[in-house]
Design a protein around this ligand. Structure first.
Ligand SMILES: [Zn+2]
Length: 295
């Protein structure tokens, strides 16, 4: 069993979180290091306050956050909960970028970007390792690939719902989007291409300039970035799930994980011009899902 150590000791012992990958611009020795970041975290013991620079923080069990998340999913469904959690993460990323800018007066943008994964790791949400990132502010270009290990959000999702068919680290994925966008000044959207919540060994996230993701970027509206875009079709908001009729007839009922997974699957395949075959026992509601698919 591993011995528990203080934050200061942890920062002293921590290996380099970032690996060079093929990022030519990454200077691994540049501050703020994990030790510098740990110095910005202050505990006013007995006074009921914890600070990260000027931001008040709290310590909270991840299980409590998982419980909140579970209650929200049950009350308002996965789509709405995912939207809210991504927005929360986005705001967290904005605040963290401001902490770096205010505290360290960072002139080296590469080092400032490299601090994002470190501070996210220090907060205990997930261990981040950098595969690579590159950017060109003048061209509005950014590409970053990171690995997430032991995502606290995925662990909580798995404990409540088991393996999911879509990425589940909703709050976590908003953080690098907000952080990177704030620092670069142009919209960078991160997405999970693999997730522990889907059964993968680790989560893999990729960040790109919003336009590089194509026309379907619902995150832009969620993050308040849905300004007219310079090319491609205008962005359209995602279609909400249908409201139940007065008597509930003719609509998909139920909020069980299985129903929600099936609804989510329908929404995912709805964007393709391919035939879809629905399989199921008589009376399971295939026609309702078919109707939903056409809608
Ligand atoms: Zn994940």
């Amino acid at each position: 069993m591993s011995r528990r150590i203080s934050l200061t000791e942890a920062s002293r012992r921590a290996p380099r979180i970032l690996s060079r990958g093929d990022s030519k611009l990454l200077d691994e020795g540049a501050p703020p290091t994990l030790s510098d970041l740990a110095g910005a975290l202050q505990f006013a013991l007995g006074d009921g306050r914890i600070w990260l620079n000027d931001d008040r923080m709290v310590m909270m069990q991840t299980a409590s956050l998982g419980h909140l998340r579970h209650e929200m999913i049950e009350a308002m469904g996965m789509d709405q909960t995912r939207r809210i959690f991504r927005q929360v993460g986005w705001n967290q990323g904005i605040h963290l970028a401001d902490v770096i800018a205010q505290r360290f007066q960072q002139q080296d943008l590469t080092a400032a970007l490299a601090a994002g994964p470190r501070i996210h790791t220090m907060e205990g949400f997930v261990k981040v390792t950098t595969k690579r990132f590159e950017f060109d502010v003048a061209r509005g270009h950014y590409h970053g690939e990171f690995y997430w290990h032991d995502s606290s959000e995925a662990i909580e999702h798995l404990s409540h719902y088991g393996v999911c068919d879509c990425p589940v680290c909703w709050m976590l994925i908003g953080v690098p989007s907000g952080y990177t966008t704030r620092l670069l000044g142009h919209p960078v959207i991160f997405r999970e291409v693999e997730c522990t919540g889907m059964g993968a060994e680790r989560c893999v996230i990729i960040g790109r300039h919003a336009e590089a993701w194509g026309d379907d970027v619902p995150e832009l509206a969620e993050f308040g970035l849905d300004t007219p875009r310079s090319r491609g079709k205008p962005w359209k908001p995602p279609v909400d799930l249908p409201k139940a009729d007065e008597d509930g007839a003719g609509t998909i009922q139920g909020r069980s994980p299985a129903i929600m997974r099936a609804r989510r699957l329908i929404e995912r395949v709805g964007g393709y011009d391919e035939p879809v075959m629905l399989l199921g026992e008589p009376g399971t509601g295939k026609e309702l899902f078919a109707r939903r698919l056409h809608e």
